[in-house]
Structures are given as structure tokens and as C-alpha cells.
Design a protein around this ligand. Structure first.
Ligand code: MG
Length: 367
């Protein structure tokens, strides 16, 4: 089998409301889709959702990178995913979001050629998948109101964005817990917004409010502070922005800097590296979450297949499509009651992009 054509679509997805985290606010998910066509009539889909302050890529950077990656792939065998992924990652090692879309499309082709959904291709089985839903940074009152809505919708866990000041953040969690009562775990994410002192103050202040874990309390590169937060605070720490690839995973384990990993395809460069991170996590008995940026149900489907195939991925944060005003995906994972994720059983991803949506997108083709 040979790759004969790659088409890249610029996909802008407006959000229902601006979504604010410690690193900035998003109003439109500036994503892109990649379609890889082969000479045997099988095609694969991938998607990237670049969040610049974390991955250092914008939509424009991804589109430019995608053109060069497409040229690299034309004429080659898509089923040799190992070789293709190594080629694009040695070509542009830091462009993880651009790479993740190609990685995803290659696995989609592999799954279709094998006649297996990706979770089966990875040797996994169907299992219960429950995502949380996330509240962006806002006033404590507005966040508490949203938490009540999520509770009424039946979500089993609520994720809360923090990372301004310890005083404000403690008030946010206090008001949310007061509003929703006991029973539903709260997960918090500071997105690097604190330093060591602020992190210890904030986490000590919220430790009585049923917080399951805290993502990325301090700067991504500052593992010394992350380890110190972990030693001084009682709430478990999850590495997110500190974890891109398998080398980061090994370093985090060695430095004892976290309790959990947050794997995201847009940081790992796709499923190939995500599977390697999951293997390190299993060896280190480090439970993982699989998270998202602002992907549609296409890339979320890939992440859900990964989670289904690797039980070390115990937590899911695959809620981004719930914040979008349009859903351009046909098939793919569906949201059930209370954040239950239902995976499709078709081969590969089991998801396609709606041609009517693509017809309105700017695109280019490399063949
Ligand atoms: Mg995070």
C-alpha cells in the first residue's frame, strides 16, 4: 500500500463561550484535519488542536508543517507506522500537534486495513469510559453555578481550572464544594499558574474539599518545585505540561515529581508515543489520565480508543467537544449519560469528517 495524496483542512470551531485557563482564553478552536489517501482506496483521518502556550504551535504553524510532512509521506507505505512516525518526528521533533494528526491518520488506515477498531488493534477490550467536564476560570459564584449544572447532568467528576492567586483559588473550590455537596470528586488544574509557595498555600487551603488531584501546579520545566509541592501538599500531583514524551515520563518517575501522568495526543505527537508513555506508566505503576486541548470528536475518538486499550489510563478528560458550537464529525465516540463515552465498533477510528463542513474549509492537497 502507498500514500498517494494528503489533504489538509483549516478548521475553525467557535466555542459556546470563551474558555479561560491560567495560560489564556480561547474563543475559537483553531484546529486542522488531515486526510491521507492510499492507492488501495483506504483513507485515514487525523486532527490537531494546537494550544500555543503549551505546545508552541499555532494553527498557521501546523498548516505549514503539515505541507512539509505530507511531502515526506507521499509514495510511502502507510502500514509501516513505526517508520513513518519516526520520519516525521525526526524531521520536526517539536511540532507535536502537527505530528499527532498524521500519526492518527496512519493508525486509522492501519485499523481499516486490519478490519479492527483501534482499541482492538492495540490489544485492548471495550471498558467503561467516563469523562469529567471542566469549568474554566471565572468568579467563584459563576464557577459554582456551572458545577451544579454538571452535577445535575450526572458527571462523576468535575475538573476546575485554577492558577490565579491562592486566595481566589481557595475561594473557588470552597464555593464549588459548598454548591455541589459531597460525593463528586473535584479535580483541579493550575496550568503552571503558581510558584512553589503559592502552590503549597493553595493546595493546603483546598485539601479539606475532596480534591482528587492537582494538575501542573508549577512551571512545566521546574521539576524541583513540582517534587517539593508533592512533598509538602497532601493532594496528589499530576504532570501535564511537564509531560510530552517518553523521556519526560522517565524523568518524572526518576525525580519522583508526580503521582499521575496526563497524556495528550497533541503533546505526545500522537498514539505511537502515547502507547510508549503508557508502557512507562505501567512499569512505574503510575496511573494516567488522557486529556485534550480543544479537539472535535475525531481526535477525542483516537484518545478514547487509547484509553480503552490501556487500563493504566484510569481518568478521562475528553470534554472539549461539549464546548463547541458545531460538531463536524460523523460516527466516532459519542457522549452518553453523565459523561459516559461510547466508542464506535467500526475499523480504525470509526469516525469521518462531514463533507458539508469540509466544503466550507480552506484546504490544500499534496500528491
Ligand atoms: Mg492540564
Amino acid at each position: 500500500m502507498r500514500i498517494v495524496k494528503v489533504t489538509v483542512y483549516k478548521a475553525d470551531i467557535p466555542l459556546v463561550a470563551p474558555f479561560r485557563i491560567a495560560l489564556g482564553a480561547t474563543e475559537v478552536a483553531e484546529n486542522f484535519f488531515v486526510r491521507i489517501d492510499t492507492d488501495e482506496g483506504i483513507h485515514g483521518w487525523g486532527e490537531g488542536s494546537p494550544f500555543p502556550p503549551i505546545v508552541g504551535e499555532t494553527q498557521a504553524i501546523c498548516l505549514a508543517a503539515a505541507r512539509d510532512m505530507a511531502r515526506l509521506l507521499i509514495g510511502k507505505d502507510p502500514l509501516d507506522v513505526e517508520a513513518r512516525v519516526r520520519e516525521i518526528s525526526s524531521f520536526l521533533p517539536h511540532n507535536t500537534t502537527a505530528r499527532s494528526a498524521f500519526d492518527m491518520a496512519l493508525y486509522d488506515i492501519l485499523g481499516k486495513a486490519a478490519g479492527l477498531p483501534l482499541y482492538r488493534l492495540f490489544g485492548g477490550s471495550p471498558r467503561e469510559l467516563l469523562t469529567d467536564d471542566t469549568i474554566g476560570i471565572d468568579t467563584p459564584a459563576a464557577m459554582a453555578e456551572k458545577a451544579v449544572k454538571f452535577k445535575e447532568e450526572g458527571f462523576h467528576a468535575i475538573k476546575v481550572k485554577l492558577g490565579t492567586t491562592p486566595e481566589e483559588d481557595i475561594e473557588r473550590v470552597r464555593r464549588i464544594r459548598e454548591a455541589i455537596g459531597e460525593g463528586i470528586p473535584i479535580r483541579v488544574d493550575a496550568n503552571q499558574g503558581w510558584d512553589l509557595t503559592a502552590a503549597v498555600e493553595a493546595l493546603t487551603g483546598i485539601e479539606g474539599f475532596g480534591v482528587q488531584y492537582c494538575e501542573q501546579p508549577v512551571a512545566a520545566g521546574d521539576l524541583d518545585s513540582m517534587r517539593a509541592v508533592r512533598e509538602r501538599a497532601r493532594i496528589p500531583i499530576m504532570a501535564d505540561e511537564s509531560l510530552f514524551d517518553v523521556h519526560d515520563a522517565l524523568r518524572l518517575v526518576k525525580e519522583e515529581a508526580c503521582d499521575y501522568f496526563n497524556i495528550k495526543l497533541s503533546k505526545s505527537g500522537g498514539l505511537h508515543m502515547a502507547l510508549r508513555i503508557a508502557a512507562v506508566a505501567e512499569a512505574a505503576r503510575m496511573a494516567c489520565m488522557v486529556g485534550c486541548m480543544s479537539e472535535t470528536r475525531l481526535a477525542l475518538t483516537a484518545a478514547a480508543h487509547l484509553a480503552s486499550a490501556r487500563p493504566i489510563i484510569r481518568f478521562l478528560d475528553l470534554d472539549s467537544a461539549l464546548t463547541h458550537t458545531v460538531d463536524p464529525i460523523v460516527g466516532g465516540m459519542e457522549y452518553g449519560e453523565g459523561g459516559r463515552i461510547i466508542l464506535p465498533d467500526g475499523p480504525g477510528l470509526g469516525a469521518e469528517v462531514d463533507p458539508a463542513f469540509l466544503g466550507k474549509c480552506e484546504s490544500f492537497t499534496v500528491s
